[in-house]
Every structure is written in C-alpha cells, then in structure tokens.
Design a protein around this ligand. Structure first.
Ligand code: G4P
Length: 292
C-alpha cells in the first residue's frame, strides 16, 4: 500500500510559514494526541529555530491518558518546548494557553509590554481552526462590541496581550513512513480515498488487539479475539450485519464501520502510537494486504 500526498501543497505551505515566522514570538503546534509523532512535521523544528513552542496534544478526549502523559514528558525534553493535552472545544482547557504563552515569552504580552505574537501551525484536521475559534471566538462574536480583529488583517487581538495569526500555518503530514501514514489514515487525518480502508483497518485491528484487547472485545461483544485481524474484522462484520447476499461478510463495509467507530471514540480512549515504540510493536501495514 502506498499512501501519497501532494508536494505542491507542501511547498506553498512552507513558503507561507517562512514569510510569517520572523514576526512571531511563539509557535503553537497542534498535534493529534492519539498520534503526536505522526501528526507532526519535522520541518517545523527546522523552521522555528530557537523560538519557543507549545505542542498542543489536541483531541485529548480520544487518546489514552497514560500514553498522553508519556508524550508530554517526551516533548518537554526538547529545547524550548512545553506540551499540553487539551480538547480544542473546551474553553477551560484552552483558557490555560495564554498563561503558558506568557510564561514562555516573559518579556511580552503583559501590561505595559509589547504584544506577544503567536502562530498556530499543524497538519490538516488536527483542530487548528477549532482551537483558534475557542481562543478568539466569543470575544469576536460579541454584538456591538469593538471588533477584535486588529487593523492588520493578518492577526486576531485576543485582548489579553496576545496577537494570534488568523490563518493557521498549514504543515503537511510526512508520508515517507507508510506505518505513520497508516496511523494518520486510521485517525481520519487524510481523506479515505487516499488509502485502502481495509488494509488500514486490518493493520489497526492488529495493533489494537495487542494494546487494547478488552476495548475491542467490549465494543463488538466478542467473547474472545480470533487469531487474525482478518478473522476479527469478519466477526465484527457478522455482528454488525455487514453482509453480502449469500451471507458472506462485506469486508469493506465492516472495516469502514470499524474505522468510523474508532475515530469517533466509540471503542474508548485509544492512542495509536507511543514514545519509544519499536517498529515491531508499532502499527504495521506490511502484513495486511487485503484479501478481496
Ligand atoms: P484543522 O483546522 O486543523 O483542519 O481542524 P478543525 O479545527 O477543522 O478540526 C477537524 C475535526 O476535528 C473537526 O471535526 C473538529 O470538530 C474535530 N476536533 C477538533 N478538536 C477536537 C477535540 O479536541 N476533540 C475531538 N473529539 N474532536 C475535535 P469534523 O467532524 O471534521 O467537523 P465538525 O462536524 O465537528 O465541525
């Protein structure tokens, strides 16, 4: 299986970030808490130089809290980096960010100081827009209020000493590693037409039966887990009525259903990668050529 992406987009996005970065004091990189490594882009580390960075592990509500804790420690070992798990729609969670920004750039953003300029970056679908809306939303929507957007059309004044770049810096997922690409596909970060649903699903079932067997059994009421991911997917299909005429399992429908439910958090809080995982322990697509 080859999951590929479009280098043209990547080039344009990189140029946009390079243009804005010199005016920025701090970068917020939004990652998907379920796959914080695969949903990042190493290009950002090169571009940001020694500017401080907050790694937001978003969609915390969907990720395994123990694994997320391990990711926070992992990231905070990096120079100039703070990591914070949150749910971008949750105002209380997001409310912690301005304080953290000021802590990382203590000479800006406080009373009597110059504003602190922040740019939010990340790959598509990690929740950048949701986060910007929660940070800025209510204030901007207030009727009869002074518009929160500054005269500079590129920035949103959060009115707490922080200026937010109003267009998120779009990074692109790195597709060199097909197993990382598989995790991105499983999470919903890349369009379903860019990969083989069945193959991604089978590789993910294989990983989850190793890491979260009880969650898979509970969700699909499986008294025990069958030997192979394919047999498990077929069992899921039978239990959910994903059948073709003659009573055989419609594997495509069954695996689609599985991915949909996984992404919606129906199986529980699940992380798709953990720090220090070896290649043998990680999601692996190579064993799962779909038999259809
Ligand atoms: P982007 O700007 O980085 O591309 O991402 P965006 O904010 O558009 O969010 C992508 C999807 O992720 C949206 O779902 C959004 O609701 C969801 N999302 C964002 N933050 C969180 C979070 O903390 N937890 C969970 N569970 N979901 C989150 P969607 O289905 O594409 O759109 P919508 O129907 O929810 O609006």
């Amino acid at each position: 299986m080859i999951i590929d992406w479009y280098p043209g987009h990547m080039k344009r996005a990189r140029a946009q970030i390079i243009e804005v970065l010199p005016t920025i004091d701090l970068v917020i990189e939004v990652l998907d808490a379920r796959l914080p490594a695969s949903s990042g882009n190493p290009l950002l580390e090169k571009l940001r130089g020694n500017k401080p960075c907050i790694k937001v592990l978003n969609k915390n509500d969907l990720a395994d809290p123990t694994v997320t804790k391990a990711w926070v420690s992992f990231f905070e070992k990096q120079q100039g980096v703070k990591a914070i798990p949150l749910e971008a729609k949750d105002r209380r969670d997001v409310g912690l960010l301005p304080k953290l920004c000021r802590k990382l750039v203590p000479n800006k953003g406080n009373k009597g100081q110059k504003p602190l300029r922040v740019m939010i970056v990340g790959i598509p679908n990690v929740g950048k827009s949701t986060l910007i809306n929660t940070l800025a939303g209510k204030k901007m929507a207030r009727v009869g209020d002074k518009p929160a957007i500054t005269t500079c059309p590129q920035q949103i004044d959060l009115r707490n000493g922080i200026l937010l770049s109003d267009t998120p810096g779009l990074l692109w997922p790195v597709m060199d590693d097909q197993n990382g690409a598989c995790r991105l596909a499983a999470s919903g970060a890349i369009g379903d037409n860019a990969f083989d649903t069945t193959e991604v699903s089978l590789a993910t079932i294989d990983y989850l039966t190793g890491r979260y067997p009880a969650l898979v059994q509970q969700r699909y009421k499986l008294p025990k887990l069958a030997e192979t991911p394919l047999a498990i997917a077929e069992e899921i299909g039978r239990r959910r009525g994903c059948l073709v005429s003659g009573g055989d399992v419609d594997l495509h429908r069954a695996t689609e259903l599985f991915l949909r439910e996984l992404r919606a958090g129906k199986l529980g809080r699940i992380s798709l990668e953990r720090p220090g995982e070896t290649a043998a322990e990680a999601i692996n697509t190579s064993n799962h050529e779909p038999k259809i």
